[in-house]
Design a protein around this ligand. Structure first.
Ligand code: GTR
Length: 328
């Protein structure tokens, strides 16, 4: 698997940077995703690779490392930054600590629903935030495309959560971003930041009592085998991004960069279609597996509880929040 063909890495990137003539050489872009083969984000990036290979007669291609083979998302971002991999498909939750502008999307209950989030990301604001990644002076990554990830809800191994009171004292894993720890604490639980690669074991061994995620992650990353209660809090609608290593990007011709941007956009559209199917399949599998799904009719107590997070992080995004809320 680690043949020479697949071993595109830092050394090669550095060499290409030094010698643009070599940029016409065959290159295999390593891509990382925490999800398994068949997951919408994995399929969409693979399909980008297939198109790239076809358009360049095999000169450029993508080698997908799915299922956390290269580690969690923090690691994927770091590897893209140094050029050890070319493509990282990661959550904006994990990118927020690298590109602060993105943290506006990590505010709980920011979007009215997933449709609202899609409209925002498809429009001017979506492009601005991709550009904020690309133009960031030190992040070292290019924002290539958005990926849908639905909305995130709570799940746990202990008890059904019928109201916010039931969250009290539960140790709940959140993504590695202080905003989410503060969010979970404000909701009454104990937020524990942890890489995605550790969540299954943490749930299984009782290191945490619960976590929060969308139905496809809950099911296809197997968390539903250990956590039986899923509560439709839908507190976060956090999109995901495909980012490309700037180090590698800078070795590419303008034409190759344009191809990546074009196929990136197409991957974004393809993933959305696949997402809708996966979301439904996940819900069906949850029901078949006997997961207790609690609807939350009144989300107001949850929305009120996260006010401290908005008080702390909202003001510096005031302008952007207004624009996002104005999108119909
Ligand atoms: C999933 C997302 C991953 C990762 C994970 C997590 O929904 O697709 O990119 O962020 O959540 O909770 O860490």
């Amino acid at each position: 698997m680690f043949s020479r063909r697949h071993a595109f890495g830092l050394a090669t990137a550095a060499l290409l940077a030094a010698s643009p003539a070599l940029a016409q050489q065959k290159m295999v872009f390593k891509a990382s995703d925490v999800h398994p083969e068949g997951y919408p984000t994995v399929t969409a990036v693979e399909s980008l690779g297939t198109k790239l290979e076809k358009a360049t007669a095999g000169r450029l291609s993508v080698q997908m490392y799915a299922s956390m083979q290269l580690g969690g998302e923090k690691e994927a971002i770091e590897q893209a930054q140094i050029g050890a991999i070319a493509i990282a498909r990661v959550s904006v939750g994990a990118l927020g600590p690298v590109v602060n502008d993105l943290n506006v999307l990590n505010l709980p209950f920011l979007f009215r629903d997933t449709k609202h989030a899609q409209t925002v990301l498809d429009g001017a604001i979506g492009q601005e935030l991709l550009d904020a990644v690309t133009n960031h002076p030190t992040a070292g990554i290019i924002g290539l495309a958005w990926m849908d990830a639905g909305s995130r809800s709570m799940y746990d191994t202990k008890r059904p959560i019928k109201s916010i009171e039931d969250l009290k004292g539960l140790k709940v894993r959140v993504m590695g971003n202080p905003m989410f720890v503060e969010m979970m604490n404000a909701l009454g639980g104990n937020g524990v930041a942890m890489g995605y690669d550790q969540v299954f074991t943490a749930l299984q061994t009782g290191v945490v009592d619960g976590a929060e995620n969308n139905p496809p992650s809950f099911v296809f990353d197997n968390h539903f085998q250990v956590a039986k209660y899923y509560t439709l809090t839908e507190h976060l609608i956090v999109p995901e991004m495909v980012v490309f290593s700037k180090r590698v990007w800078n070795t590419l011709s303008k034409e190759d960069q344009a191809l990546l941007l074009k196929f990136g956009k197409e991957a974004q559209a393809e993933e959305r279609g696949l997402w809708n199917i996966y979301q439904q399949t996940a819900l069906d599998k949850m029901k078949a597996a006997g997961i207790i799904i609690e609807p939350i009719a009144d989300k107001k107590p949850f929305q009120d509880a996260v006010k401290p997070v908005w008080d702390k992080y909202g003001p510096k995004f005031a302008e952007m929040i207004k624009r996002i809320q104005a999108v119909q």
